[in-house]
Design a protein around this ligand. Structure first.
Ligand code: SF4
Length: 377
C-alpha cells in the first residue's frame, strides 16, 4: 500500500514526525501559545479560548492547524476549531442533548434508537474538538470514557438483542483508540452471529489522515463488512494526505461515505457545497448526508436556516451527477427527516404535475387511476 507523502509546514517538525499520527496526538494545540506557532489569534479568539476553558474541550492537531489560513479570520478551517466568544452565549433554544441520546441509552454510551441499529460511543476522545459538535455534552469528558468492563457490558447488550443487525462505532472518535483496542472491539463484535455490518464514524481522515495507516487498514480488512463514514465539511479539507488515506481504506475494502454539517459562514453556499461534493466523488467518497446543524447550546452563530439549505440543494440538483448529491436531513429523536422540496405538485386531468429542478412545470401523463393521495391542481 502507498505510504502517506508527509509535508512539514513547520520547519521545526521532522518529516518522520509529520507522518506519525501519534506524534500529532501528543503535540496537539491546547493553548494560545501553541496556536501562535500557526497564526496570530485575534483578541476575540484569545478571549474565547480563555472563556471556554473547562466548558468545552479544545485541541487541534498540527496537521489540521496547517490547513488554517493565518491571514483570514473567516477561514473555514479556523472557524470549525477555534472558539469565538459567541460560544459562551447560550441561546434560548440551544440544548445539551437534542436527539435525546441519553434517554435512548440502555447501558452506558450505547444508543438504541432504531430497532435494528445501535450507536456505540466507544470513547469520548477526539483528535480535534469541532465547535458545533452534536455530542458537546460528552466529548473529551473523562466520565464518558469506556473501561473494558463497560465496553463488555455494551457488547453483551448487543449480543442479547438479536434484532440488532448493524452497529455504528462512534464517540468521540473511535480511531483515536490504538490498533490493538480496535482489533479487540472488532473481533468481539464479529463474533455476534446476528450482527450483519459494522460501521465506523470517524473524522480522522479529515483531521489526522496519518491515522489511516496500512496496519489499521489490515485490521479493518479482517472484519468485513466494515464501512466507514467520515465528515468532510469544506473543500479545503480535501488534501493529498486525505486522498491517500481514503485510497488506503478503499484498497482494504472499506466503503467510505461522507456526512457534512451545514455550517454558517463555513459551507453554506452552493459554490462551496458543489466543490465539496465534486471533490469527494473524485476521491471516491460517496456524499451521503448533509445535516442541518443541531440545536446545541452555544452554536447559534454556526447554524444556518433550513431555507438556505433547501436553496443549496435545489441549486445542486441538475448540476451534479446524482450520486454526488447528499440527502439533506434533520436528525430528530424520532429519526432522520429529509428536508426536501416537494417536486410533485399534484394531479390534473392530464396526469401528475411536477415542478422541474429548473422551475418549469411538467405534466407526466399517467393513466393509472388517481388514488386521492395527490391533491388536484
Ligand atoms: S470529531 Fe465528531 S465527535 Fe469529535 S468533536 Fe468533531 S464532530 Fe464531535
Amino acid at each position: 500500500m502507498n505510504s502517506p507523502k508527509p509535508k512539514t509546514p513547520l520547519p521545526s517538525v521532522a518529516t518522520e514526525n509529520w507522518g506519525d499520527w501519534k506524534w500529532h496526538m501528543r503535540n496537539r494545540i491546547r493553548n494560545e501559545a501553541d496556536l501562535c506557532a500557526y497564526l496570530d489569534p485575534t483578541d476575540q479568539e484569545k478571549e474565547a479560548i480563555e472563556a471556554t476553558k473547562g466548558v468545552f474541550q479544545w485541541s487541534v492537531t498540527p496537521y489540521y492547524a496547517s490547513l488554517m489560513d493565518a491571514t483570514d479570520t473567516a477561514c473555514p478551517i479556523r472557524r470549525q476549531v477555534i472558539p469565538l466568544p459567541e460560544e459562551m452565549q447560550f441561546d434560548s433554544i440551544g440544548l445539551e442533548d437534542p436527539l435525546e441520546e441519553v434517554a435512548h441509552s440502555p447501558v452506558k454510551n450505547l444508543i438504541h434508537n432504531y430497532p435494528d441499529r445501535v450507536a456505540f460511543c466507544v470513547t469520548s476522545q477526539c483528535a480535534i474538538y469541532c465547535r458545533y459538535c452534536l455530542r458537546k455534552r460528552m466529548v473529551g469528558e473523562a466520565e464518558f470514557m469506556m473501561r473494558k468492563d463497560e465496553l463488555r457490558e455494551a457488547i453483551a447488550y448487543i449480543a442479547a438483542h438479536s434484532e440488532i443487525k448493524d452497529v455504528l462505532l462512534t464517540g468521540g472518535d473511535p480511531l483515536t483508540l490504538g490498533d490493538a483496542h480496535i482489533e479487540w472491539l472488532l473481533s468481539e463484535l464479529s463474533a455476534i452471529d446476528h450482527l450483519e455490518i459494522i460501521r465506523i464514524g470517524s473524522r480522522m481522515p479529515v483531521k489526522l489522515p496519518q491515522r489511516i495507516t496500512s496496519e489499521l487498514c489490515d485490521i479493518l480488512s479482517r472484519y468485513h463488512p466494515v464501512w466507514l463514514n467520515t465528515h468532510f465539511n469544506h473543500p479545503k479539507e480535501l488534501t493529498p494526505e486525505a486522498s491517500e488515506a481514503i485510497d488506503r481504506l478503499l484498497r482494504a475494502g472499506v466503503p467510505v461515505g461522507n456526512q457534512t454539517v451545514l455550517l454558517k459562514g463555513i459551507n453554506d453556499t452552493t459554490k462551496t457545497m458543489r466543490e465539496l461534493c465534486q471533490g469527494l466523488v473524485k476521491m471516491r467518497i460517496r456524499p451521503y448526508y448533509l445535516y442541518q446543524a443541531q440545536l446545541i447550546g452555544g452554536t447559534a452563530h454556526l447554524r444556518t436556516s433550513i431555507e438556505t439549505g433547501m436553496q443549496i440543494m435545489r441549486e445542486l440538483q441538475g448540476h451534479l451527477t446524482g450520486f454526488a448529491i447528499p440527502k439533506y436531513v434533520l436528525d430528530t429523536p424520532y429519526g432522520k427527516v429529509p428536508l426536501t422540496r416537494d417536486y410533485v405538485m399534484g394531479r390534473n386531468d392530464e396526469g401528475v404535475v411536477i415542478k422541474t429542478t429548473r422551475g418549469d412545470v411538467w405534466v407526466e401523463a399517467n393513466e393509472a387511476p388517481a388514488t386521492g393521495a395527490l391533491p388536484s391542481v
